[in-house]
Design a protein. Structure first.
Length: 299
């Protein structure tokens, strides 16, 4: 009875022991298989087994090259670990992105600098062009004023003993002469009659001769007296002077001469057309100064 009572606990004990041994064996095998899988995954990815414990579920993902990588494993305690491969890869990606951003920013800054430089260049060119146009406008205005002044006959002429002065030189004058409207018309008509077919400079020169005689002590002291002096101007003798009407060029030439334009010197007192003149005394007795068109001028 005692023997049976002692041996009846052996069978349950053996059963428990067998179950424990089988369980331990299964656990050990599972750990070995799981460890080999983890080691193989780490080895294939080329990542060291250094790990940092974090609390999240185990997952797999593919990198940019399409290679499957193990990023975390879960141990039996439920703690998830992340391999240093993930941190290294994320750090590399962040560094690459930062480099791209810096490069983009540098290119943007360079582009902005070039744009600013181009804008400054264009602004400078526009400023120079505006200044050039302003100078041209000022020059045109000055020329217009000068032309208007030259083509407007003065009311008073200013002389020295040797020359006719411009209106700006009147302070140097030793005497002056007031020009009437009638005398202005006379001067225009004699120039038209004597030099109608001559160059513009020739018209101015004929007016110069009349005014030089007005200044000279050897001739009458009025424009009318100079023009109508006997045997001096053939258009007066033959009546042509009374028949002509001064044209625009003649009027302008006379006005410029009155304002001081000179095509011949102040001592020039004679002119004639050698091919048309009947009397060549002046040609043989006076000094030639200049020839303009068909007229030769003498002093």
């Amino acid at each position: 009875m005692n023997t049976n009572r002692e041996t009846r606990w052996v069978a349950p004990l053996m059963y428990v022991l067998l179950v424990f041994i089988l369980g331990a064996s299964l656990i050990t095998k599972a750990v070995e298989v799981y460890g080999e899988s983890t080691t193989q995954g780490s080895t294939e990815s080329g990542t060291p087994m250094n790990q940092i414990a974090v609390n999240h579920n185990s997952r797999m993902y593919s990198d940019r090259d399409g290679v499957a990588m193990l990023t975390s494993v879960t141990d039996f305690t439920g703690v998830t670990t992340v391999t240093t491969a993930q941190l290294t890869q994320e750090s590399g990606r962040s560094s690459s992105e930062d480099h791209v951003l810096l490069k983009t920013a540098a290119l943007s800054a360079e582009t902005n600098a070039q744009n600013e430089k181009e804008a400054e260049r264009k602004a400078l060119e526009a400023k120079k062009e505006a200044q050039r146009k302003l100078r041209e406008q000022q020059k045109a205005i000055a020329l217009a004023k000068e032309k208007e002044k030259q083509t407007t006959p003065p009311k008073t002429l200013y002389f020295t003993k040797t020359e006719l002065l411009t209106q700006e030189e009147k302070d140097k004058a030793t005497w002056n002469y007031n020009v009437s409207d009638k005398e202005l018309l006379m001067l225009q008509k004699i120039v038209m009659a004597e030099a109608e077919g001559e160059p513009y400079e020739g018209k101015v020169a004929v007016a110069n001769v009349v005014l030089n005689r007005l200044r000279s002590a050897n001739y009458p002291d009025t424009i009318k007296g100079v023009i109508y002096q006997k045997y001096q101007f053939s258009p007066v003798a033959n009546g042509r002077m009374d028949r002509v009407t001064p044209n625009e060029d003649t009027i302008r030439a006379v006005n410029e001469a009155l304002n001081g334009r000179k095509e011949v010197p102040d001592e020039t007192l004679y002119f004639l057309s050698i091919t048309l003149a009947d009397d060549l005394t002046v040609h043989h007795s006076q000094i030639k100064v200049k020839r303009i068109g068909n007229h030769t001028f003498y002093k």
